[in-house]
Design a protein around this ligand. Sequence first.
Ligand SMILES: C[S@@+](CC[C@H](N)C(=O)[O-])C[C@H]1O[C@@H](n2cnc3c(N)ncnc32)[C@H](O)[C@@H]1O
Length: 260
Amino acid sequence: MTTLYDNIGLAYDITRKADPEITRRSRNHLQVSNGSQILDIACGTGNYTVALENTGLLMTGSDISKEMIKKARGKSKTINWGVADVNKLPYESNTFEGVTCTLAIHHFDDLLTPFQEVFRVLDKGRFVIFTSSPEQMNNYWLKEYFPKAIEVSANQMPNVVEVSDKLKRAGFNIIGHETFLIQPNLEDFFLYSGKYEPKMYLDEKVRSGISTFANLASNEEVEEGCSKLKEDIETKRIEEVLNKYSSDLGDYVYVIAEKK
Ligand SMILES: C[S@@+](CC[C@H](N)C(=O)[O-])C[C@H]1O[C@@H](n2cnc3c(N)ncnc32)[C@H](O)[C@@H]1O
């Protein structure tokens, strides 16, 4: 089976890399000591898996896409990489001391089975999810230029209440939620990382590493949106648009759960 990311995988690492601040926060939320066994599910090309290994953790990374894992394998020989569906993780029960999932839960058909699998393979420890909510997404200024794609994308995002509910049903306790604000120097070019760099979205290479553009937007909408965006950047109308969409909901969110 070819997955969406088997295609995206070819260009993913041109614009996507681990952002140091996201890595630092994920590491902190895991609350583990150096040498702990951590699983990164839906790890893609392993950017965050490798970055977390560099903080002193013993990492395992798995993803459903063969292409993504092929790229990941070239980045670290000490990480235990595997091609696996989150619905059926190929690990023994009670193996890991922490699990991370970065920018991926919206791709899962259902959350309960993956969360039950994470609960099973965790011994004791935290499950750290980094995602965005539909409410946050509906306040992205990108909506001004790519309304249909952002709407479809927001509809695809599970809301935080649903995520927490499914985590509890899978057996987890909820530790908390932490909102994340995009900073101008963010190094991983995912959907809203260009919040303060609107011209970034005019670059086809950037768009091709973001599933909303690569998969959910029509060519027509992208062309029209980019030409309007280019004009607004030139006339500085973009400042008005940015203000119009300013919100206090935060841009992304960490959901942190625990198996006791
Ligand atoms: C946006 S990428 C994020 C990759 C990585 N976590 C990162 O932040 O760089 C989403 C990943 O989820 C993976 N994915 C989607 N559905 C999956 C599933 N059912 N099981 C495992 N991985 C899945 C995709 O193959 C893709 O690599």
